[in-house]
Write a protein that binds this ligand. Structure first.
Ligand code: HPA
Length: 247
């Protein structure tokens, strides 16, 4: 079953035929909200709003462990993350939809593994390719089928937030090889890998990152919401086309 984790601008999936909502509990506490079960284009699917349905949970306080565990427990077999980002690479302007292929983690203080505490043995997952190549491919095909242009590949930086970055921090990220910056990609991707759930992301560039393009003097929050509303409509069309047969 396909699981979708919706980010800012996508707290509901209009194209999900809702069958039921379920409040789930996990050994790690409560997920961000009830899971919504339904069908997407005839396929069973489950949806959760990462920041809660009322968008009240900031990135550093999201219970990523509970969200991933809850989805797995509910029968999810792969995870598509929807997230908004700032664009650093010059061609990644507001409104672009990007399917990243790499991650650099700048977050701190988040619970980033299931394998700690008690007598849990030490576990090191392979994370060379943080996004599942097959699921990325399915997203690229879905975008093509939906007639939506997407950017194939980019390096995603996960920053701690909730504040946005300084212009100097963005310059440093660029020197590190980063193309897009968001606040929720980690530890989500690593936790999915620990649970052996294929994971990929559809990211929406909501703004030029700090100090770039029209964010030279600051980030304009008013236009950010318009961009997200418009682009999430395109993301929904892509989601409708995701075909995960066998996964
Ligand atoms: N930085 C970090 N996270 C973001 C941004 C940004 O500029 N835009 C949307 N999410």
């Amino acid at each position: 079953m396909l699981a979708i984790i919706g980010g800012s601008g996508l707290t509901q999936l209009a194209n999900l035929t809702v069958e039921r909502r379920e409040v789930v509990r996990t050994p790690y506490g409560e997920p961000s909200g009830p899971l919504t079960f339904g069908r997407l284009c005839g396929q069973p699917a489950v949806f959760i709003a990462r920041h809660g349905y009322g968008h009240t949970i900031p990135p550093h306080e999201v219970n990523y462990c509970a969200n991933l565990w809850g989805l797995k427990q509910a029968g999810a077999t792969c995870i598509v993350s929807i997230a908004s980002v700032g664009g650093i690479r010059a061609d990644l302007s507001p409104g672009a939809i990007v399917i990243p292929h790499q991650i650099i983690d700048y977050t701190w203080g988040r619970k980033a593994t299931f394998h700690e505490g008690g007598d849990a043995p030490v576990v090191h997952i392979d994370f060379t390719q943080p996004y599942d190549p097959e699921l990325r491919h399915a997203l690229l095909e879905a975008a093509r089928d939906a007639g939506q242009a997407v950017v194939d590949g980019s390096v995603y930086a996960a920053t701690q937030g909730p504040r946005l970055e300084t212009a100097a921090e963005i310059n440093r990220l660029e020197r590190d090889g980063v193309d897009i910056v968001g606040m929720t990609g980690m530890p989500e991707a690593a936790l999915a890998r620990e649970l052996e759930l294929p994971y990929a992301a559809l990211t929406v560039v909501a703004n030029h990152a700090a100090g770039r393009g029209d964010s030279k003097q600051g980030i304009q929050f008013a236009s950010l919401e318009d961009i997200l509303r418009e682009t999430m409509g395109r993301v929904r069309r892509i989601i409708e086309m995701i075909c995960i047969d066998g996964k």
